[in-house]
Design a binder for this molecule. Structure first.
Ligand code: FDA
Length: 304
């Protein structure tokens, strides 16, 4: 996809008016293929089906860039409710959260307090909490919140992005932390991030290999890119890396057959399942990444 098309969808993903409006539209533009439902109750059968195949899931109640305390508190309540359901239904799952949904843009301490409540409940249930990484302007605060939370529980980790120049250094500080490695989904300037796919992919491989060799904490390799997956599979074989030290992760609705195949080949696998009414920003980033998803828009417009 050309850079301007990618930039256009990323711009849409951050447009507050469209994000707000989309909550009232219901799923549109093919989003239902990538967002598993609107409520946790609707999503439980989807999770159970994946669990039956031995696939672990990480659950994300969609939402980001919240500017009002009331809304952030509501988001926290939803996450607490999710944790109760995950525990009561005995789901093989963990939590993914975005800090801007929980008030990071309002006030650091307010967000930290919200996260402390979430982490405390998750710890009671033995559920791991992963903090998604958002755009670069939130990176330092995300790490600071992570380190505060880890004073209370080890069951908290985060995400590192291979498009950032600094990630290798960050990973030095995060050797004991469970991490998800991704390429990065936001638009960042060339003073902080690689711009070409070639460099981003090369850095992904370098970071993932180093991390797998270190083997100090669990790693999630999150990509739909079969070139990267195949190279890492070979690397794991050649270096006798234990299969219980890492997993592959993909997003719900993407490359379903490959998700099942990796599991059947004996790799730990986790599907990232987003749900909720706040689907617009998430879905626009998926369109920015993959032109083929656009076809679903045309279909939707023609048949809706
Ligand atoms: P990319 O889009 O670079 O595609 C590479 C190649 O793979 C394509 O050219 C094609 O050949 C093949 N391919 C990809 N998708 C395909 C498909 N559906 N069907 C067929 N072929 C396909 N980002 C972030 O900034 N913070 C975060 O917290 C997260 N979290 C996260 C969790 C999980 C589980 C995933 C998978 C991803 C994220 N991301 C993320 C998003 C991530 O940063 C990145 O933007 C996307 O994963 C897209 O990059 P890929 O590596 O998947 O392949």
């Amino acid at each position: 996809m050309s850079n301007w098309t990618r930039d256009f969808f990323i711009y849409l993903s951050q447009n507050k008016f469209l994000n707000e409006s989309a909550k009232k539209w219901g799923f549109r533009l093919g989003a239902e293929k990538f967002v598993a439902g609107t409520t946790i109750r609707e999503v439980v059968p989807v999770i159970k089906k994946l669990n039956e195949k031995g696939i672990h899931v990480t659950l994300d109640h969609l939402g980001e860039f919240v500017n009002e305390k009331k809304e952030a508190t509501l988001a926290k309540e939803k996450v607490l409710e999710m944790l109760d359901v995950m525990h009561n239904e005995n789901l093989d799952s963990h939590l993914s959260v975005k800090l801007t949904q929980l008030g990071l843009d309002i006030d650091f301490d307010f967000c930290l307090e919200n996260m402390k409540e979430i982490v405390e409940r998750a710890k009671e249930y033995g559920i791991f909490v992963n903090i998604d990484m958002e755009d670069y302007s939130h990176l330092e605060d995300t790490f600071n919140i992570l380190f505060e939370l880890r004073k209370e529980s080890d069951l908290v980790g985060t995400v590192v992005q291979s498009y950032l120049y600094r990630t290798a250094d960050d990973m030095e500080q995060l050797k004991d932390v469970r991490l998800r490695i991704v390429k990065g989904a936001y638009k960042e300037n060339d003073d902080v991030a690689y711009q070409s796919k070639k460099e981003i992919d090369a850095n992904f491989l370098k970071l993932a290999k180093q991390r797998l060799l270190d083997g100090k904490a669990f790693t999630s390799i999150a990509t739909h890119d079969h070139h990267i997956i195949n190279e890492l599979k070979q690397f794991v074989e050649e270096n006798n890396i234990k299969k219980d030290t890492f997993e592959f992760q993909m997003l719900y609705g993407f490359r379903q057959e490959m998700q099942y195949a990796l599991k059947e080949e004996g790799y730990a696998f986790c599907t990232y399942i987003p749900f909720g009414q706040d689907w617009f920003g998430y879905y626009m980033r998926r369109l920015a990444e993959r032109p083929q998803n656009l076809q679903l828009i045309w279909k939707d417009m023609l048949y809706d």
